[in-house]
Design a protein. Structure first.
Length: 375
């Protein structure tokens, strides 16, 4: 009966939409509609800069930016090729769509893109060791005793879509998504190495609707997961910023200031030298490797000294030996590679947006000069 009601509502809305569209086309010039549509798009783009955290604007932006993703570009090109009818398909658009789909779903290319992004973390670690060897040869490790806080970045526990996949559970007794569980376990592993500093743990994966019964259960599951791994309950706080790095940065800055733990770094030319201040308080950042560059630099841009702990190393090299069949398999397109390429592309667009908003350092400040890593 519910499905019948849903279909009835859908048919009614489609009928209303069709009637409104017919009336608009009948009485309003096409040229005006074109300008009006362009004005709406520009308004949404402008609104995304003015109120980036507004969920309504975010939903409209996802619709508008759909053609910018690999799958969205393919679908858009195929639809454009069929506009004139099946008998007069534009072959160039079809070929372009197939090329985009083929390249973006090839494991070899997807892994190369992931390696390019994740490799920055390894380079940051090596450069940090070299820099410390020159300036402070007696101490060539990150001062983890200055770790006063830890931020675990993850999708909201009650999000409808987690990590670009349909949500799933580890087992029937665990309501959390497997990727989130893995990230919480990684955070617990890091905490075991810095437990003497007693850092305060902030998890951004709190339920969006934390007041509901389901939201409370999910939040409790996250908290209990960390408690079971040895993290004191009183040191754990959940917020619902999810993968919104900017809101997380603002929250963490205010949180540390309230507790007198915020030791801001200098901006501009002083950043590289100040970065080596062994007495500055650190924030350990646990986030996906593909997101780590943007996330860490966003923290650093606000004066928060970050120690990076990347998770989900999709592009990590795997020993294949002389297995030519395994290497050949990397040339066969699959859905997993398409998902990874899409995540890389979305992160690239997000980084461009953050840079335009002034939330990242200028291009003259390099990632591997300002961020410390744990190995």
């Amino acid at each position: 009966m519910d499905i019948l009601n849903l279909l009835t509502r859908l048919i009614i809305w489609l009928a209303i939409g069709y009637i409104l569209w017919w009336v608009i086309k009948k009485f309003i010039p096409v040229a005006f509609l074109t300008w009006f549509g362009g004005a709406i798009i520009l308004s949404i783009v402008a609104a995304s800069f003015i109120a980036p955290n507004d969920r309504t604007i975010g939903a409209f932006w996802q619709l508008l930016s759909f053609p910018l993703s690999p799958l969205g570009a393919v679908i858009t090109l195929l639809v454009a090729a069929l506009i004139k009818g099946i008998k007069s398909v534009d072959g160039r658009l079809v070929v372009t769509a197939l090329m985009i789909l083929l390249l973006s779903s090839t494991p070899l290319l997807a892994r190369r893109l992931a390696l390019q992004s994740e490799g920055a973390v390894e380079r940051a670690y090596q450069n940090q060791r070299i820099l410390c060897s020159d300036i402070c040869p007696a101490v060539d490790a990150v001062p983890l005793d200055r770790a006063r806080a830890m931020v675990v970045v993850g999708d909201n526990a009650d999000s409808f879509q987690l990590a670009n996949t349909l949500p799933s559970q580890v087992d029937s007794s665990v309501q959390l998504d497997p990727l989130l569980v893995s990230r919480l376990n990684s955070a617990a592993d890091v905490y075991g190495r810095v437990s003497a500093a007693r850092p305060l743990i902030t998890v951004t994966a709190g339920a969006l609707n934390g007041e509901s019964e389901t939201g409370q259960q999910l939040n409790q599951s996250i908290r209990q997961r960390l408690i079971n791994r040895g993290i004191p309950s009183e040191d754990i706080r959940l917020i619902s910023t999810g993968m919104d790095i900017r809101r997380t940065v603002e929250d963490q800055e205010n949180f540390l200031q309230e507790r007198g733990l915020f030791t801001p770094l200098e901006r501009g030319a002083q950043r590289t030298a100040e970065r080596n201040n062994r007495e500055a308080n650190r924030v350990i950042l646990v986030a996906p490797a593909l997101t780590m560059r943007r996330a860490a630099l966003a923290f650093e841009n606000e004066g928060l000294q970050v120690v990076a702990w990347p998770t989900e190393l999709y592009g990590a090299s795997r020993s294949r030996g002389g297995d030519s069949l395994a290497r050949l398999a990397d040339l066969v397109p699959n859905v997993g590679a398409l998902r990874l390429t899409t995540r890389y592309w979305q992160e690239l667009l997000a980084s461009m947006y953050y840079f335009l908003r002034g939330w990242l350092p200028s291009f003259t400040v390099h990632w591997d000069d300002v961020v410390e890593t744990i190995q």
